[in-house]
Design a binder for this molecule. Sequence first.
Ligand code: UDP
Length: 429
Amino acid sequence: MAEATPLISNLAAGRRIGVISMHTSPTASLGQNGNGGLNVYVREVANAFSDRGIATDIFTRRQSPDDPAIESLAPLSRVIYLPAGRSLDKYSLYEEVPAFAAGIRAFAEREHLTYDMLYSHYWLSGEVACLLRADMGIAWAHTAHTLGLVKNRTLASGAKPEPALRIQVEGEIARQADLLIGSTPDEADDLIRLYGADPDRVHVVAPGIDLVTFQPFDRAEARRKIGYGPGRLLLFVGRLERLKGVDVAIRALALLRDRDHADLRLIVLGEDVRDGDESEKERLKAVASASGVRDRVDFLGTVAHHELPYFYAAADVCVMPSYSESFGLVALEAQACGRPVVASGVSGLRSVVRDEVSGYLIADHDPAIYAERIGRLLSDPELAQQMGKRGRLLAQRFSWTRTADRLGNLFEGAIESTQARVQTGVRHE
Ligand code: UDP
C-alpha cells in the first residue's frame, strides 16, 4: 500500500473534477433506499474542494420529474442530473451504464468542458468511469464505499449475497483505476488481497465529520427537542437492511428489559432499502413483537442530517450491530456528540470506535453480549460519560477538510503523471 500523503492539498485551484455518483445523489434524503454514508461523503468532499477553488461536477441520475437539470451544491460544485433508469434497482442499472457514460460525454462537449480527473463512487460509477477514461485519457480515482466480496464474507442470515456481476466489475476497477481510495487500512488490504489491486495505486483516506454540526448538547434539552422525557434511550441510525443488524439491538433491548431496565426504549431512525418485496422495517417490527418489546421500539423514519445531533445527544447509548461496514459514519457522529457506542467489531467500525475507550466492540452478533455491554453503560452513568468524552476526542481527529486535502494531494500526483504519459504517447493499459 502506498505511503500516507502530507496534510496540505497540492491540488491546484482551477482544477475541475468529474465526480460520478450514478446510483444515488448527494442531494438525496438520507437513511432510506441506498442513501447514507456515500451521499454524505460525496457532498462533503465537494464542499471542501469548492472552498479550495477546485470545481466539481457531480453526475447522478434523475430520479424524479422534479429534479432540476443542474443544481448548485457549493460555489464551485454542482450536481448534474442525467436521465438514466429512474426506477431501476442497482443491478438492472448496470444496463444503463453506457447511456450514462454517453450522457456525461455529451454534457462535457455541450458545455465545452474538459475535466482534469474522474472520481467515481461505488462499482456502478466505477464502470462508467472505466468507459469514459478510455477515450478521455485522464486520471481516474475510485472509492468503493463497500466491496461485494467483503459483504459476502459476513452475511446476516437471510441476506442476499452480492452477485458475481458486481464482483467482476469491482475486479476490473481494481485493475484499471489510477487511484483506489480505501476508507480504512483493512479496506485497502481487501482491495489488494481479494481483488488483486496494485499496492502502489491503493491509498487510505479516512472520511471526515462536520464537528460543528455534530457536537455534544445537553441531554435534557435534546430530549425536549425530539419530544422525549426521562427514561433511558438506545439509538440506532441507518438504512434499514439486514446488513445493519437492527434485530440484534431489538433482542438486546428485550433482554435488558427483563433485568433492571424496565424504562428502556430503542429509537430506530431510517427507512427501508427498496430491494424486492421484503420490508426490513416490517420484519423488525415482527422481531420486536415476538420479543415482547414492540411497545418499546419507536420507528421514527428518517431524520434530516442536521437534526440528528439532537437524537445522538438525547440517547444514552448508540448501537450499531452491523454485519459489515466499510467505515461507519453513524458511530463517528455519535462519538462527536459525546455518546458511547456499542458496535460490532467489523473493520469499518474498528477504525472509529475504540473498545473499552469510547464504547464496546463485539465480535459476534449475540444479543446477550450486546445486552451485557449496554447494561454496563446504563448502570454506570459516569463510565458512559467518560467514554462519551473520549469518543468526542477521537472524533476530533477526523474532518472533511483533511479528507479533501489528502485526496487533493493524491489527485494532483495522478493528474501530473497521466498528463506526462499522454505527452509521451503512452496509453493506459
Ligand atoms: N442518516 C441521516 N438520517 C437518517 C439516517 C441516516 O442523515 O435518518 C445519515 C447518517 O447521519 C450518516 C449516514 O446517513 O451520515 C449513514 O452513514 P453510515 O456510514 O453510518 O452508513 P452507510 O449508509 O454508509 O452504510
